[in-house]
Design a protein around this ligand. Structure first.
Ligand code: SAM
Length: 283
């Protein structure tokens, strides 16, 4: 990611198009997932797919014991986390994504996993969730806020559709407050990766409070997620340069330059990975 503050943020339609083009490659890199991996013991040799499933399991643990059974999956990707959740607990999941390709893949996965009666996916924009107030017992947003024009607006929308007492779990890539490269709010942005502007980790508490939610946990597990995941993705891009170049709509030489630039920029220590839980007060 580079500092290009004057760029126009990608619209939801553009983010959908990005995932229509990239999902197959990401799924191949991350064992059917579209999110990063978690290596609590660095160098334990787990594959990126196994580490990505482990991150899903960390979040499943955060929603354990919810009362009620209706769960919203905001930015559901190609459905693997929602299906994994449904296979681990007696819940019904509704997943939303802006990518039509992901809706198709996720729906097929739910069928193949025999949970299609409990897990459904639809194309919708999380900035304006098409659900009534108080209609979910829980929600999670796994690594999707980074793509939203306003993460604060999405958190408000999630708070609206949660019932009183409803629970929220979030993971996301975010900037660390003590960033050593001096990147400021709004400066870590990438048109190529459909990221309007990463928020600072210390902004989450305010966004949660402004949405009327109670914050329960805010942890940064970036050291166990970001470096090893980016290394795995870099290797996958290098192995499939021509496919990634086609998906990004650039030439192979340009793709090679992007990878080299991402590899040499000193920003990785500035990037954290938030795990957050919250609750809508009441009940
Ligand atoms: C990095 S992927 C994570 C996918 C999935 N949560 C997972 O963990 O595998 C980001 C997801 O956010 C979704 N997304 C981005 N902007 C969105 C928006 N405005 N409304 C709904 N989904 C959005 C993308 O379509 C994609 O599914």
């Amino acid at each position: 990611m580079m500092a290009v503050p004057e760029q126009t943020p990608p619209s939801s339609l553009e983010v959908g198009d990005y995932y229509d083009r990239l999902t197959d490659l990401m799924n191949r890199a991350l064992g059917g997932n579209t999110h990063l991996g978690y290596w609590p013991q660095p160098g334990d040799g787990s594959s990126p797919g196994k580490a990505a499933d482990r991150l899903t399991d960390l979040l499943i643990g955060k929603l354990r014991g919810i009362t009620g059974r209706r769960v919203l999956d905001v930015g559901c990707g190609s459905g693997k986390p929602a299906v994994r959740l449904a296979l681990s607990a007696p819940v019904d999941v509704v997943g939303v994504t802006v990518s039509e390709v992901q809706v198709g893949l996720a729906t097929a996965l739910a069928k193949q996993s025999h949970v299609a009666d409990r897990v459904v996916f639809t194309r919708a924009d999380a900035m304006e969730l098409p659900f009534p107030d108080g209609s979910f017992d829980a929600a999670w947003a796994l690594e999707c806020l980074l793509h939203m024009p306003s993460p604060a607006q999405v958190i408000r929308e999630i708070a609206r559709v949660l019932r009183p007492g409803g629970r929220l779990a979030v993971t996301d890539v975010a900037l660390r407050a003590f960033g050593r490269t001096g990147m400021k709010r709004g400066e870590c942005t990438s048109q190529l990766l459909a990221v309007p502007a990463l928020v600072h980790i210390d902004e989450y508490a305010g966004m949660i409070a402004d949405a009327g939610l109670e914050l329960h946990e805010l942890t940064d597990i970036g050291d166990q997620v970001v470096g090893p995941s980016f290394a795995a993705l870099r290797d996958h891009v290098n192995e499939h340069l021509d496919e990634y170049a086609a998906a990004f709509g650039i030439g192979v030489a340009e793709m090679r330059k992007v990878v080299a630039q991402c590899t040499t920029l000193p920003w990785t220590p500035d990037i954290g990975y938030v795990v957050l839980t919250a609750r809508r007060p009441g009940e």
